[in-house]
Design a protein around this ligand. Sequence first.
Ligand SMILES: [Zn+2]
Ligand SMILES: [Zn+2]
Length: 500
Amino acid sequence: MPWSDYLPARASTAPMIGAELTCYPYISGFGLAQRIVTLALPSPSDMVRLGFRNRASMDVLLATQSRSKTRFSLLWELGLGHTTIADFWSPSAWSPVQCGRLFERHVRPVRQCPECVRHGYHNAAFQLPSLDACPWHRERLRSTCEHCGRIVFAQFQDGDRLGVCSCGISFIDPRLALTEMHSFPRGEASAWLEEFREWSCAQRAMRWIQVPEQATDWDAAFCAIAGVAQSGMGAGEGSGASGPAPMQVFDGATEDPPEGALWGWCHLGGSQTLRCAPLPASVFVLLQAVTRAVVQKVSVDGISCLEPWVHDGLTPGPAELGGATNGGSGQGWLAPYGRSAAGQVWLNLSVVDRQVTAACGALLELVACELADLPLVSDVSPQHAISCALDQVQGRSLLIAALLACLERAFSQGLTSVLRGFWGNGQPRSCIEAPCFGIVGAPGHLQSMQLVWVPIALLPPTGPKSGASDDKAVRPAKASGKRKLEAVKRRGIKAPRILK
Ligand SMILES: [Zn+2]
Ligand SMILES: [Zn+2]
């Protein structure tokens, strides 16, 4: 649908200077706000009517891209309340991957085209890290001030100014933005945006991205995962704000495991804090190898031997470490404590950071919700409900492969850190890596998965002080059913009913 079809009949005479829409196809709410604030110079009371009441703390991108009071007031004041133009104000409306509320989680810099911004024009698609240049000006999108190099945010500066850097430079050229607004390449912009939107809509029907909840530095991961789709459309290899991050891809034809194979994996993260999961014996063997590699890499003084752990006939191996400095008494980190009826091994994964297991749990729930039929009400545990839902998905072995790769790296990362901390010569960690997943598929069918690692700030420690073996994490968490349910609801996932 062309841009003019979204505009009310009177759009040629805007109710306010700066609010002209015909020349500026699919302009974002922030673009509209920065034009009005710069060109119409509204009084403080006008500002309040336009929805900009708490200007000291407001981020105009966040305030306009979601359904907020500000967005409602702005539309209403400009006589646009009955139009759907605000549907284009969120980057997720342009994203080729479904990303939920990712762009609303935290304040992000404004990305602008140096030519478009002279008109005060900004498009929500510019916020996609996978788009690196203005498609009609071919100018690189930038989020820093070219005068002082500071990162630019969608916030009001001194004197209620918007569209300016904190150094005082204004990005908008009032003469161009008002008397010469017709010089904006609206035909070219419209054509590109309409084609892009149609294409990204089609891509979104089968692509999702899952970013860890606390991550803020996910641009490169988004670029890699969305870039797979976007390489033929407006962006390419090496494009984006920071270039794509290295990515592991899981695809191709594989044989799916029997029903119930994901039950153990469903114990990772999700609605519980327990980090003990019944996983196939092959995972135990893999993590033993990781343990050996980590011990060799860390080579801290004091670990003189790896004491074999033999339990319940399991393969002996360096799951438990001992050393001269701790009197030879072993510290267990992988510590299997038995086999499940199905022959799986319960593993203590307490060295794996809880943000990683939470990301794994969120991935399983997302796939169960989007590609399978996760019942709204169920008389079984959430783990069982998700596991049963995933049994309906063809290609679920790709999910297992991605989780296995994730666990391997996270276990290595966690064990390295614990060993360095335990023997007292390690650097305190402030940052770890957590997995970001890309999913491609359709209901009942998982086609491929992508895994990219993003840096993430460490959560404040809970339980025993860091460095020591995190034994408490192995005990069943005492979360009540209600709290579990709330945790599931907070993530906006259909929650299975939990029986007492
Ligand atoms: Zn431009
Ligand atoms: Zn500046």
